[in-house]
Design a protein around this ligand. Structure first.
Ligand SMILES: C[S@@+](CC[C@H](N)C(=O)[O-])C[C@H]1O[C@@H](n2cnc3c(N)ncnc32)[C@H](O)[C@@H]1O
Length: 351
């Protein structure tokens, strides 16, 4: 550490001085400002010129030389944990987590469990908007596709507003499926919808596909179905909140039964976002499409070895077994969900 040029001012002038120094590109942001009872001493990148001192005159600074400690920038949860947990554990701290409104969801390996509270506190420190930190205790499972969570730190409130592409969704990740990782995919699909289309969102959750489509495409109708009563409660709220009541029809129940009883042959486009069970519902999707055909967005989880040919070959075969034909189909990887396991989508035009 060496001596640096600095300016000393009355502490009541602190904000004004820092603003002026930033404008003049004189402030050394890598060093810590010193504070006494009456003054602050601010490190500079270089000695100010006479002209610059003139501009600083309103805050009446005095030139000074001092030694400053480096400023430690805490920008990640790992940084915030340095010195608090053993170094060998730091590498195990996850570098990403799901931030859903005011709720953060972390997933940690068993070795980190004794440090869970500290990790949670670090998350609160790095993300001031977060009120509750949850840890994922078990993977997303069951028909409703909800994970098992436990509160680590914070208020414990888990109902929150999640914002995506200008839409607001009231959600509770403990009760309904919600994933901020599908934001791009939802936008991609919504961008393909044309005015005049009738769309079926077979597994809508809280409505993240259906509501986005209805917001983007003014002349469309989206039927949004889910089996989870909590998801449909939030869906109805979110339809109102985003003012798309005239374009989204919420329906609670089993989509297979609902299509069979009242929605056959109605749709230009069907979204099948239930990757763990997609195949079971392909017949329902085909039945829902207009007889003249339409587009299906078919999601699955598949190992890397299936991506080259198998996904599309199987899709073609399965559709043909239902006595429909695939006019065109393309596969794309949405994301990696586990080592070499992928969430994929087939965008297909079916006749
Ligand atoms: C992966 S989540 C879909 C989430 C939603 N598309 C989104 O973007 O957030 C699957 C959803 O399918 C619903 N589901 C499961 N079986 C169903 C069925 N037979 N009929 C309707 N919905 C069902 C679950 O309750 C869950 O909300």
């Amino acid at each position: 550490m060496s001596e640096k040029n600095a300016l000393k001012v009355d502490k009541r002038k602190s904000n004004e001085l820092i603003k002026l120094l930033r404008n003049l590109k004189l402030l050394d942001e890598d060093l810590k400002i010193k504070r006494t009872d009456d003054f602050i001493i601010v490190p500079l990148l270089r000695k100010p010129t006479a002209e610059e001192l003139e501009k600083l005159n309103p805050v009446k600074p005095t030139l000074h030389v001092d030694i400053f400690a480096p400023r430690v920038r805490i920008s990640s949860v790992k940084d915030a944990l340095k010195g608090l947990i053993p170094d060998e554990m730091l590498n195990l701290v996850p570098s990403s987590m799901d931030l859903i409104g005011e709720v953060a969801i972390i997933q940690v390996q068993d070795e980190l469990k004794p440090f869970l509270k500290m990790i949670g506190e670090a998350v609160l420190k790095i993300y001031p908007r977060i009120k509750t930190v949850l840890v994922k205790r078990c993977l997303i499972s069951g028909v409703f596709r909800v994970g098992g969570y436990e509160v680590v730190v914070g208020s414990g409130e888990t109902e929150t507003v999640y914002k995506e592409h200008g839409c607001r969704y009231l959600v509770d990740p403990v009760k309904v499926y919600v994933s901020p990782r599908l934001g791009y995919e939802r936008l991609r699909v919504a961008s393909m919808v044309k005015p005049g289309e009738t769309v079926l969102d077979m597994f809508t959750g809280v409505g993240c596909y259906a509501i986005l489509i209805a917001k983007k495409v003014k002349e469309c109708k989206v039927y949004a179905v889910d089996l989870n009563p909590n998801a449909v409660k939030y869906l109805k709220h979110n339809i109102e909140e985003n003012r798309v009541q005239s374009r989204v029809v919420p329906i609670e129940g089993d989509v297979a039964e609902i299509v069979e009883s009242s929605l056959r042959g109605m749709f230009d486009r069907v979204i099948m976002d239930n990757p763990s069970h997609a195949k079971m519902f392909l017949r329902t999707a085909c039945d829902a499409l207009k007889r003249t055909g339409g587009v299906v967005h078919y999601y699955e989880f598949r190992p890397e070895s299936d991506l080259k040919n198998k996904v599309l070959e199987e899709f073609h075969g399965n559709v043909e077994m239902l006595r429909r034909s695939v006019k065109s189909a393309k596969m794309r990887v949405v994301r990696e969900v586990a080592p070499r396991i992928y969430h994929v989508v087939v965008d297909a035009t079916i006749q």
